[in-house]
Design a protein around this ligand. Structure first.
Ligand SMILES: [Ca+2]
Ligand SMILES: [Ca+2]
Ligand SMILES: [Ca+2]
Length: 494
């Protein structure tokens, strides 16, 4: 009798263990009996738990960023391949299942039965919602193929330099240090970039091994005709914004202008006017996000600007954190605006990706260094998120990390050519992020071997403190100081 009771208890525990591996959002979806796109996170990962990333950083503090990236890509792919071959066999997963390597995970649309079966596997750590899993590695054409002109040396002669760039001392980096972003690549994870805008077209990254519009993956990176980047949302190499997805203002063109607008039309809008821009599109969930991060890492982006903010992700925040920590370990600096949601609730929880510890969250102040009433504020809690459970409230994690200018009242690019009317009221922390991403491009231009986590530390120690003393939940470590940050980057040359 006792024996039978124990067995029954064991069965209950095992059922709970399976159920607890299925994210509540997935559980809810499969309870209706329908198939769901899920991401099966493997048990084996490069970094684990709340301390995995910081221990990795300590151990690798003497590393050179580009060598470390090459090593980590090999290592991450090795883990993914070995584990996923075994997992596919064990679970008899359908052929169209997509394997990721940034994190060891496979993405597939599975029936409720298949999801419950996957939860029983010892190789599966957790089952997250994947979002859309678009198929296709390059349909469609790149609309405009830019001529291969030599890039002119950058000059400020005859050009206006707006107040925001001066306040961050970007112009002093160009004039005093002669550094304008050359050699750095900034991935713009956004809604597409008008790469033919006269202030941007000399600064568009070009995939050296790819030929445009021949229907072939010439460089063998897995993506067809990706000469300027890739649109992972539509499986297309065209990275120009289309009006439906980008809206009237062409969000990604504006943010790109703040990173690298070179003032060809008369006004310099960019912090790093000779950095390269790599447009990447991939809304719609963690699967698409993982593909964007993987592309940026494999194709040489140094920093990635993410001017978006996703709420209510629950435990899936942990999956984003794992992706971000792996990418940062591999030398990609991640930057995101703090969001524009102060009026929604207090305290204001920064969302994803800006609430992730290793992602640099850019807060915002106006020209008088006051906080506008829309800017999201910290702290951020992680106490409720599976596999991390650190930074519990009320103290939480201090965010944002640094502050820049969300506008309005400085020039930004207009559709197709020129600039918006100087009295435009366009504003938002979507614009704070690119000021930081541009500064990081300047730092890497001066010292490409800085580790990605060290870049975040330098930005914070060189920022000008605002508000209450020290790093705070309104303005982070203070106002971005591009000149001090680049000088510190140079001082640390290996
Ligand atoms: Ca390719
Ligand atoms: Ca091609
Ligand atoms: Ca402060």
């Amino acid at each position: 009798m006792i024996h039978i009771t124990l067995l029954a208890l064991a069965a209950v525990f095992s059922l709970q263990a399976q159920e607890s591996k299925i994210d509540p959002q997935v559980s809810k979806a499969i309870s209706g009996g329908r198939s769901v796109s899920v991401l099966l996170l493997g048990e084996k990962q490069l970094l684990q738990g709340p301390k995995g990333f910081s221990e990795f950083c300590q151990k690798n503090s003497g590393s050179k960023r580009r060598e470390l990236r090459a090593q980590l890509i090999v290592q991450l792919k090795k883990i993914a391949k070995a584990e996923q071959v075994a997992l596919r066999k064990e679970l008899k997963l359908p052929r169209e299942t997509q394997g990721l390597w940034l994190v060891n995970a496979v993405a597939a649309t599975l029936t409720p039965e298949a999801i419950r079966a996957a939860a029983k596997s010892e190789r599966v750590k957790y089952i997250y919602p994947a979002g859309p899993i678009p198929q296709g590695q390059g349909r469609g054409r790149v609309g405009t193929v830019l001529g291969k002109r030599a890039v002119r040396p950058f000059s400020t002669k005859g050009k206006t330099i707006p107040w925001n760039l001066k306040a961050l001392k970007a112009d002093q980096v160009w004039s005093q240090l002669g550094i304008t972003g050359g050699g750095s690549v900034v991935a713009m994870y956004d809604a597409g970039v008008d790469y033919n805008h006269e202030d941007l077209r000399e600064n568009i990254w070009r995939n050296p091994g790819e030929r445009a519009n021949n229907g072939k993956d010439d460089d063998g990176n897995g993506w067809v005709d990706d000469i300027y980047g890739f649109n992972f949302r539509f499986g297309s190499p065209e990275v120009k914004p289309n009006s439906v997805q980008a809206g009237r203002l062409q969000h990604g063109t504006l943010t790109s202008g703040i990173v690298a607008g070179d003032g060809t039309g008369g006004t310099i809008t960019g912090v790093a006017p000779r950095a390269k821009l790599m447009p990447l599109l991939g809304w719609g969930g963690p699967y698409g996000a993982a593909r964007v991060h993987e592309y940026a890492l494999e194709n040489g982006a140094d920093v990635m600007n993410m001017s978006f903010s996703i709420p209510n992700l629950g435990h899936t925040r942990g999956l984003w954190r794992l992706m971000s920590e792996h990418a940062t370990a591999a030398g990609l600096v991640l930057v995101s605006g703090a969001g524009n949601f102060q009026s929604l609730s207090r305290p204001v929880q920064l969302r994803i990706p800006e609430g992730i510890p290793c992602v640099i969250a850019a807060g915002g102040v106006d020209r008088n260094l006051k906080i506008p009433n829309f800017v999201s504020l910290g702290p951020v809690e992680w106490g409720s998120v599976k596999f991390y459970e650190d930074h519990p409230m009320p103290k939480g994690l201090i965010k944002p990390d640094v502050s820049a200018f969300p506008g309005p009242n400085y020039p930004v690019l207009a559709n197709k050519r020129g600039y918006l009317d100087p009295n435009n009221r366009v504003r938002g922390n979507s614009f704070s992020g690119p000021h930081v991403a541009g500064t990081v491009a300047l730092m890497f231009s001066a010292n490409p071997e800085l580790t990605a986590w060290r870049v975040k530390e330098i930005l914070e120690v060189t920022a000008t403190d605002l508000g209450s003393k020290g790093k705070d939940n309104d303005t982070g470590a203070g106002l971005l100081n591009a000149l001090a940050a680049v000088k510190a980057a140079i001082a640390e040359k290996k």
